[in-house]
Write a protein that binds this ligand. Structure first.
Ligand SMILES: [Cu+2]
Length: 334
């Protein structure tokens, strides 16, 4: 009896996972460690890039259009589901699963590593010179000039995706050069720093300190630093047209996945702070824009479905809450 009591107490004190989580963790004995892009070796970065280029050349799984590639499938699926995956609790688990599906696609292209993250907090004082924008060991840099048609500005000029032409703008067909449009140092613009002043270590520490509820944390992260990085990359030049990271087809830009792996890492860090956060999930579903004002949708649950359409099998929120479960089995450096 005393022993049982002691074990229980010790588990509480050490913040060990509950028995449910422990059962789900069987089969994940050595979780893979997801690395920061700037801390990966050159060989690891080149291997990742080679597989990411491979995805832009593989045929589509969805078969929506004869010119579509597997990469276009990611943008199209994200754009189709836009309303169902943003601005409510489901944002974090859905994007966690989406990054997993992309990581699997990289591995199907021969990549042996894991998803990597762009630690934009560490680079927030000078994000335009981050390692991720390197023309050889990164994703290429800013765009220049204007795309001659459509909604986009600033086709990129260098890097492994220079000749990649995404097929979609939102869910509409609009093939174009991959565009980034951050300010090129116009001191009149608030965005001269790729909005880095909106995701400083101090600001992100405040987001991570949110402890009133899961959904309050989700909202602070999604509406704050997450959104600032999207907008910083894609509307900085203030020309009215935009880069690929803003429309609902934002996975067009392969940097999307490093951005969202970082968002996933911040959620993971928040979850690590307290064992009860492993399965912390609350908030409400969104109602369509024409719903009566002040009404909210039904409460979210861990059994809610994470739809992936034809890109991958659907999952449940509960399947992705614990990155140490057998399906996910990864961690980030602490
Ligand atoms: Cu998204």
């Amino acid at each position: 009896m005393l022993f049982i009591k002691f074990t229980f107490l010790a588990a509480v004190v050490a913040g060990l996972p509950s028995s449910t989580n422990l059962a789900a963790r069987q089969g994940c004995t050595s979780p893979r460690l997801r690395k920061s892009w700037s801390q990966a070796t050159v060989e690891e970065r080149l291997a990742y890039l080679e597989a990411a280029v491979c995805i832009t050349k593989k045929p589509s799984r969805l078969g929506m259009h004869p010119n579509a590639t597997l990469h276009d499938d990611f943008a199209y699926t994200h754009a189709m589901l836009d309303f169902d995956i943003h601005q409510f609790a489901g944002f974090l688990p859905w994007h966690r699963y989406f990054v997993m599906v992309y990581e699997k696609a990289l591995q199907d292209c021969g990549y042996k590593g894991t998803a990597m993250y762009w630690d934009w907090v560490a680079d927030s004082s000078d994000p335009a010179n981050a390692a991720v924008w390197d023309p050889v060991t990164g994703f290429g840099g800013n765009g220049q000039g204007t795309e001659n048609t459509g909604n986009f500005a600033g086709p990129i000029q260098d890097g492994p995706f220079k000749d990649f032409r995404p097929l979609y703008s939102g869910t509409a067909l609009e093939q174009h050069g991959l565009c980034r449009a951050w300010s090129r140092g116009n001191p009149a613009n608030d965005d001269k720093d790729l909005f880095g002043h909106r995701y400083t270590p101090q600001i992100v520490a405040e987001v991570l300190a949110t402890d009133s509820s899961y959904d309050a944390f989700r909202e602070a992260l999604e509406g704050g630093p997450h959104q600032a990085v999207h907008f910083g990359i894609a509307i900085g030049n203030g020309r009215g047209r935009i880069g690929d990271m803003v429309p609902s087809s934002s996975p067009n830009d392969p940097i999307f996945f490093l951005h969202h792996t970082q968002v996933d890492r911040l959620w993971w860090i928040w979850q690590q702070a307290d064992e009860s956060r492993t399965n912390a999930y609350d908030g409400f579903h969104r109602l369509p824009p024409n719903a009566p004002e002040g009404e909210q949708g039904p409460p979210v649950t861990l059994n809610d479905v994470l739809a992936m359409r034809d890109l991958a099998p659907d999952a449940k929120v509960l399947d992705v809450m614990d990155t140490r479960n057998a399906n996910l089995c990864y961690e980030y450096p602490l």
